[in-house]
Design a binder for this molecule. Structure first.
Ligand SMILES: *Cc1c(COP(=O)(O)O)cnc(C)c1O
Length: 393
């Protein structure tokens, strides 16, 4: 075997559904030397991470920590800990990730009832109330920000109220929403939430922040059967991250440094400012995409600012378009998932990348990519529309 030369990965601009670019300060935090994962100094770094995570999630939940794995592990962790074989669970699916939740919930041996919304739409409170009052589930799971369609489920607080009225726990997927749009775990009354490090938090992939309400922790403590997953069993993970600090698995030291910096930057910016920044840059991008005649897949009333999914125009090839952006500009945008495969581009403006310089670059590059495939574009119209928005905002 010829030994490869040392890596020199190309610089990209990651404007897909994640990973998004890490903040440079996060990458700098990661080059610090390793420590033992039970070193008292590292343990205090872990505590700071938990405290900052509570701040970003807006919760006082004691059980709030980053799972050592990506967002999907967070989904699995919430469901396998709260569900036992035979339990009833309702999953509300309005896209690819809701669909995954159905699969993950089903593997616990629970009885899954699903309600579906067309891709690009969200659920009404009536639909949810009807199902919950009929099924009386132990858990209801719903995706807050559906990354496959760009739709945001509104009224999470009201959904939590419905769940609690009927004795159910609410689990939300905040993988794409956290640190981009409002997430208010205690204010809304959410019982379990999971997210990830590589989208709004501006860190590399590898951690999945989770939080369980006291009510959810009681349910976990009173299980009759063992949690199916050893690694994600919160009864033991809690002892590593809780008072005891008992060895469970080796903490991913460098990733904890990364999220420490990522969370610190979010709190330093301020949650409200950060949400405002995401909305502002989204509006500029949207003005430009509209000037390019690109249409959103989600209803305007529930559009996420950080994930812009648009239909690929008639006659334009998906892969050819994305290859052009990658090779000419080093820009990655996402393709469609599931029903939207080959039909949709997903443009993410998450965390560090939600800024005017990126919006203008993306629009200029998209204009070229479309023109390259014979679409008639008005040169400069997209960038012009975005700049007009910035000038007025
Ligand atoms: C990205 C994503 C996930 C999965 O996260 P990974 O980090 O890829 O495991 C789950 N749910 C939603 C809504 C997502 O956008």
């Amino acid at each position: 075997m010829q030994i490869p030369s040392p890596l020199q990965p190309s610089t990209r601009t990651l404007l897909g559904p994640g990973p998004s670019d890490a903040h440079p300060a996060v990458l700098r935090a990661m080059v610090n030397p390793l420590m033992g994962h039970l070193d008292p100094e590292f343990v205090s770094i872990m505590s700071q991470v938990q405290e900052m995570l509570r701040g970003v999630l807006k919760t006082k939940n004691k059980v709030t920590l980053p799972i050592s794995a990506t967002g999907m592990a967070g989904m699995e962790c919430c469901l396998v800990n709260l569900l036992e074989p035979g339990d009833k669970v309702v999953v509300c699916a309005m896209g690819f990730f809701g669909q995954r939740m159905i699969d993950v919930a089903g593997r616990t041996g629970a009885q899954v009832t699903t309600i579906q919304a067309p891709w690009g739409k969200t659920f009404s409170l009536d639909e949810i109330r009807d199902t919950v009052s009929k099924v009386k589930p132990k858990v209801l799971g719903i995706v807050h920000a559906e990354t496959s369609t760009g739709a945001m489920q509104p009224h999470i607080k009201e959904i939590a109220d419905i769940c609690h009225e009927h004795g159910a726990l609410l689990v939300i997927d905040a993988v794409t929403s956290l640190a981009c749009v409002e997430v208010d775990i205690d204010g809304w009354g959410v019982d379990a939430v999971y997210s990830c490090s590589q989208k709004g938090l501006g860190c590399p992939p590898g951690l999945s922040p989770i939080s369980f309400s006291d009510r959810a922790v009681e349910v976990i403590k009173n299980r009759k059967s063992k949690v199916q997953s050893w690694y994600l069993d919160m009864t033991t993970v809690m002892s590593y991250w809780g008072q005891d600090r008992v060895y469970h698995h080796t903490g991913p030291i460098s990733m904890i440094y990364a999220i420490h910096e990522g969370l610190r930057l979010v709190l330093e910016e301020g949650l409200e400012n950060r949400w405002k920044r995401h909305w502002n840059n989204h509006k500029a991008l949207k003005a430009g995409l509209e000037a390019l005649n690109l249409h959103y897949t989600a209803d305007a009333s529930c559009q996420l600012p950080q994930l812009n999914a648009v239909r690929i125009p008639e006659g334009v090839d998906d892969l050819k378009g994305r290859k052009f952006l990658l090779e000419k500009f080093g820009i990655e945008v996402g393709g469609g998932l599931g029903d939207f495969k080959g039909k949709v581009w997903r443009i993410g403006l998450m965390g560090y990348n939600s800024k005017p310089s990126i919006v203008l670059l993306a629009l200029a590059a998209l204009e070229q990519a479309l023109a390259n495939q014979g679409v008639k574009v008005n040169p400069g119209a997209a960038v012009g529309a975005a700049n007009k928005f910035y000038a007025q905002s």
